[in-house]
Design a protein around this ligand. Structure first.
Ligand SMILES: [Zn+2]
Length: 501
C-alpha cells in the first residue's frame, strides 16, 4: 500500500514538473532555450497518451525542428474530426509565440484542454526558426525572412513546414507572431498600438469569399469576445506606419507568407500577432505568453464549436480548386484601397498614458482587383534551361502535380512575347511591369515539356506564381529574374483544351 502511494506521489510530481514549461520553471526570468525546448517536448510526449513527437526537418545550423501531434487516437485517422496546425516563431525575435505554444502543450498535458480533442486533431510546431530564436534575430541563419519564403521555399525550415502541411492537409492553420509597436514613426506620432493580440485574416482576392466572410463575420466577433472576457485587448490585424505618415491596411495580399500560402489553398487560415516587449525579449513575457496561449485557445474553441461547418466549407472550396472551372478569372494584380468610413482606432497615448480614439482617414481595408487573367487548363514548362528547371524545382517542393507532355491536336497553346519591361508600384513595392503580347503557336519546339494541370489544390498558387504579369509571381524574386528578357518569349506556355460545345 505504501509503495503504491509513493508511486502515485512520484507520478503526480513528475506530471506537474512535466507540465511546467521551461519559462515557468525559470520564473519568467529567462526565455526557453532550444535545448530546454527539446527536452520539454521530448519529456511530455514520452509521458503522454495524447501527444506524439516528430522531427520534421533541420534548421540551416542543423537544429531539429519538432512538431507535436495531439489526438485522442492517431492524428488524421478519425475522419469525423477537424485537422488543425499551429506553428510559431518563424521570426526568431518574436519569443512569445514559442512560449505560448509551449504553454498550450503544457495545458494539453495536464488535461485542461482535453475536451477540445473530441473534435480536433492538432499539430503544434512551437518553433519554426530555432537558429533565429537562439540569436533573438528575425531571420534564419541564411539571413532569409522565413515568412517571405513560402512561395519559393529555398529554406529548410519552410520546406519542412510545407511538407508537414502537405502530408496532413489540416483544414485550419495558424501562424503565430508578435508585432512591435515601438517603431520610430509611431513613437514620434505619440500614440501606440496597445492590443495584447491581433488576428489577421485572409486578404488575397483569390481565396474563397465564403471562407473570408465566415472568418470576418463569425470568427472575429467570437475571438474579440473570448479575449476580452479573459482580460486581454484585441484588434483585427493592422499593418502600416503611423497614421500621419502612411496608410493602414490589413497586412499584405502576398502568398509568400505562412497565413496566405496555406490560405490560398482554401484553408481556414490566420496569422496571430501578440504584442512584443520593448526589449524584444523578456519584458512582460508572462503576460505575453498567457495572451498568446489564450488567443490560440480561442481559435481552438471556435474551431471545435464550428467543426462541421468549417470542414464542409474548406472541403467544398478545395474541391472547387481541384475541379478547376476554366472560365474563371484569377486576380493577379491588386491593391488595398479606402473603405466607406475612416477607422476609429483605440491607441495608447504617450501623453495622457491612456487609451484614446484616433481617427485614421487613410484606412485601406478593401482589396481592389486591378488585373485578371483567364485560367488556362494548364502550363507547359520546358526543363532545358536553368531558369525553368528552377521553376519545376519549386513546384516539386510544393508537391504540385506535373508530368511529361504529349502533344494533342486539340490543345491550343499560346506564348507570351515580352515587348517591354516597365515598372509599377503596388502595395508599397516597386515591381517589374511586363508588357506582353499573347501569340498562338502553330507548332511546338522539339523539346521536352512538362504539363502542369491547373485542376489541383495548388491551382491559384500556380497561376499567381507563373503568370508573368502577376505582382506575386516568381519573376519578382532575384533567383528567377532570368525568366524574363525584353523582346524575348516567356519560356512558360499556356495551354487551353479546345472543347466541343
Ligand atoms: Zn513576425
Amino acid at each position: 500500500m505504501k509503495k503504491i502511494l509513493v508511486i502515485i506521489l512520484v507520478h503526480i510530481s513528475i506530471s506537474i514538473s512535466f507540465s511546467q514549461t521551461p519559462l515557468q520553471r525559470n520564473d519568467f526570468n529567462k526565455l526557453t532555450s532550444y535545448e530546454e525546448l527539446i527536452s520539454f517536448v521530448e519529456k511530455i510526449c514520452g509521458g503522454s497518451q495524447l501527444m506524439s513527437l516528430e522531427y520534421i526537418g533541420q534548421s540551416v545550423e542543423g537544429r531539429k525542428i519538432p512538431a507535436v501531434k495531439i489526438s485522442t487516437s492517431k492524428f488524421g485517422v478519425d475522419t469525423s474530426k477537424i485537422k488543425m496546425m499551429i506553428f510559431a516563431q518563424q521570426h526568431g525575435n518574436e519569443q512569445s509565440g514559442k512560449e505560448g505554444a509551449l504553454h498550450l502543450l503544457s495545458l494539453f498535458n495536464s488535461s485542461e484542454l482535453t475536451s477540445l480533442l473530441e473534435n480536433i486533431d492538432l499539430i503544434i510546431v512551437p518553433q519554426v526558426n530555432p537558429d533565429g530564436s537562439e540569436k533573438n534575430q528575425r531571420r534564419n541563419s541564411n539571413d532569409m525572412d522565413l515568412n517571405r519564403n513560402h512561395l519559393i521555399l529555398t529554406e529548410p525550415e519552410t520546406i519542412a513546414l510545407h511538407n508537414l502541411f502537405n502530408e496532413n492537409l489540416p483544414h485550419v492553420t495558424l501562424d503565430v507572431h508578435e508585432y512591435f509597436p515601438y517603431s520610430e514613426d509611431w513613437e514620434a506620432f505619440g500614440y501606440l498600438k496597445n492590443f495584447d493580440e491581433q488576428f489577421g485574416l485572409l486578404t488575397n482576392p483569390n481565396v474563397s469569399d465564403k471562407i473570408k466572410e465566415f472568418s470576418n463575420k463569425e470568427f472575429l466577433p467570437f475571438i474579440e469576445n473570448h479575449l476580452t472576457e479573459k482580460g486581454y485587448t484585441f484588434h483585427n490585424y493592422l499593418v502600416g506606419g503611423s497614421p500621419n505618415v502612411s496608410r493602414i491596411r490589413h497586412s499584405t495580399v502576398d502568398i509568400n507568407d505562412g497565413r496566405q500560402s496555406f490560405g490560398i489553398l482554401n484553408s481556414f487560415s490566420f496569422i496571430l500577432e501578440g504584442k512584443n516587449g520593448l526589449d524584444r525579449t523578456i519584458e512582460n513575457i508572462e503576460r505575453r505568453t498567457a495572451a498568446q496561449a489564450e488567443a490560440m485557445i480561442g481559435l481552438l474553441r471556435f474551431v471545435s464549436l464550428n467543426k462541421d461547418k468549417i470542414k464542409r466549407l474548406v472541403n467544398t472550396e478545395r474541391e472547387r480548386l481541384v475541379k478547376g472551372n476554366v472560365k474563371e478569372k484569377i486576380v493577379v494584380r491588386m491593391e488595398h484601397v479606402r473603405g466607406e468610413k475612416p477607422l476609429s482606432l483605440p491607441l495608447f497615448s504617450k501623453y495622457s498614458k491612456q487609451d484614446t480614439i484616433v481617427t485614421v482617414e487613410e484606412y485601406h481595408p478593401l482589396v481592389e482587383k486591378i488585373l485578371k487573367v483567364e485560367k488556362p487548363d494548364g502550363y507547359l514548362i520546358p526543363d532545358d534551361e536553368e531558369s525553368t528547371a528552377k521553376v519545376l524545382e519549386v513546384l516539386r517542393k510544393h508537391r504540385i502535380i506535373f508530368y511529361e507532355y504529349e502533344h494533342n491536336p486539340n490543345d491550343r497553346i499560346t506564348k507570351y512575347q515580352i515587348t517591354e519591361i516597365d515598372s509599377i508600384n503596388l502595395e508599397e513595392t516597386q515591381l517589374a511591369d511586363l508588357k506582353i503580347k499573347e501569340i498562338e503557336l502553330n507548332f511546338l519546339q522539339d523539346k521536352k515539356y512538362h504539363y502542369v494541370p491547373i485542376s489541383q489544390l495548388y491551382c491559384n498558387t500556380l497561376i499567381l506564381a507563373l503568370e508573368p504579369q502577376s505582382m506575386l509571381g516568381l519573376i519578382h524574386y532575384e533567383s528567377f529574374k532570368d525568366l524574363i528578357r525584353v523582346g524575348e518569349d516567356y519560356p512558360i506556355l499556356r495551354l487551353i483544351k479546345k472543347r466541343k460545345n
